[in-house]
Design a protein around this ligand. Structure first.
Ligand SMILES: [Zn+2]
Ligand SMILES: [Zn+2]
Length: 368
């Protein structure tokens, strides 16, 4: 039997962290180890007892709400392997630097340097990676960002599915569906599960807002699948405009090319063209240097910000998690005795639950 302790990420949008135990063998794993973004950040309740009892940690991707509490886990005594994709691993270095610069953290400085990352290569996709007699796993691309993966984890004779953050219809990134359909436990991203959204409608609203060819606009994004989608969409739609990228975003696009198996068909060529195009430049100061479209989270004088993350502007809302239809589609291919929806705000969770057919709950399994 599998038991689960949710340390964060249930009915909240942040600090995703799940502790799973196979009771017969005592094998214990952790799925993601994130913090709740904000000032201050909120950490999951990690203890030495938890940290020192774990056999392995699995990371779905490198966003802060999935990895930000790793230094605390190390500080509490975890010394074991931290599994992640190679494409996630190449992004960890700058994150470790940021951990060092954070103030008011609940761990000793440098704790994040002692972590043991164990990346798996793209060639292992679909294969079973065996750690012990009681613990093995498979992975597939989850479409959320560069390096993001879902896991099927085999614990003793049981298995569970962890979607990580998932996007079924990314413009840029590949998504595979799980190779197995029946699980004791399925932990499913339902981040936008309280609504049905149209990617096309938000693209149209965004492109319309950028219409003036002489304007200087800023789209506030950091490295993510959403950023890659928006950059590629704007690049293709406005062939005469200049695009300015935050240096971190440009580097991110180069990393994407290094892991082209992560990309949808045709996207490697499009990204190659974009990176070689003279109308794409890096942002080098805090001011707009010319008219064009700027992609950065930094404030830039002389630009009009397009509020893509503001509740006051739902027309620009761009999906980065499954919406209600996506969750239903995912559940069409998965049967689980226990089904856990994570990454939803309480009101979205309530709306989602009202729509999920009760017949999907097997053996008295619960929505935790
Ligand atoms: Zn994410
Ligand atoms: Zn997340």
């Amino acid at each position: 039997m599998i038991s689960m302790q949710i340390l964060g990420g249930f009915q909240e949008y942040g600090k995703n962290c799940f502790l799973i135990e196979h009771q017969e063998t005592g094998t214990r794993i952790m799925l993601d180890c994130g913090v709740q973004n904000g000032q201050p950040e909120v950490y999951p309740p990690l203890t030495p007892e938890i940290a020192q009892s774990l056999d392995a940690v699995f990371l779905s991707h490198v966003h802060n709400d999935h990895v930000g509490a790793l230094p605390l886990l190390a500080d509490k005594g975890y010394e074991g392997p931290i599994w992640l994709s190679e494409a996630s691993y190449v992004q960890i270095g700058p994150i470790q630097q940021r951990w060092k610069q954070k103030s008011a953290v609940p761990y000793q400085a440098g704790a994040g340097d002692t972590l043991h990352f164990t990346p798996f290569s793209p060639a292992t996709k679909g294969q079973r990676i065996i750690m012990t007699d009681n613990l093995s796993f498979e992975w597939g691309h989850s479409g959320h960002m560069l390096g993001s993966v879902w896991y099927i984890i085999h614990l003793g004779g049981t298995s569970l599915f962890y979607s990580g953050d998932m996007v079924l219809d990314s413009v840029t990134f590949q998504t595979e569906t799980p190779t197995q359909s029946s699980f004791q436990l399925a932990i499913i991203d339902s981040g936008h599960g309280g609504q049905v959204t149209s990617r096309q409608a938000s693209e149209q609203a965004l492109l319309k807002a950028l219409e003036n060819p002489d304007g200087s606009y800023r789209i506030p994004v950091s490295p993510s699948g959403k950023a890659c989608d928006l950059i590629l969409t704007v690049y293709q739609r406005f062939p005469d405009r200049r695009l300015f990228l935050d240096p971190a975003l440009r580097e991110h696009l180069s990393d994407c090319l290094s892991y082209a198996a992560n990309l949808r068909p045709g996207m490697k060529e499009q990204l190659t063209n974009l990176l070689a195009d003279g109308r794409i430049a890096c942002i080098t100061s805090d001011q707009a240097s010319a008219s064009g479209i700027y992609f950065t989270n930094r404030r830039l004088e002389g630009t009009k910000m397009i509020p893509i993350d503001s509740p006051a502007h739902p027309e620009f809302f761009y999906k980065a998690h499954p919406d209600l239809k996506d969750v239903e589609k995912l559940l069409g291919g998965i049967q689980a005795e226990q089904l856990v929806f994570f990454h939803s705000k309480p009101k979205d969770f309530t709306k989602l639950i009202a729509h999920i057919p009760k017949k999907l709950i097997l053996n008295g399994g619960v929505y935790l």
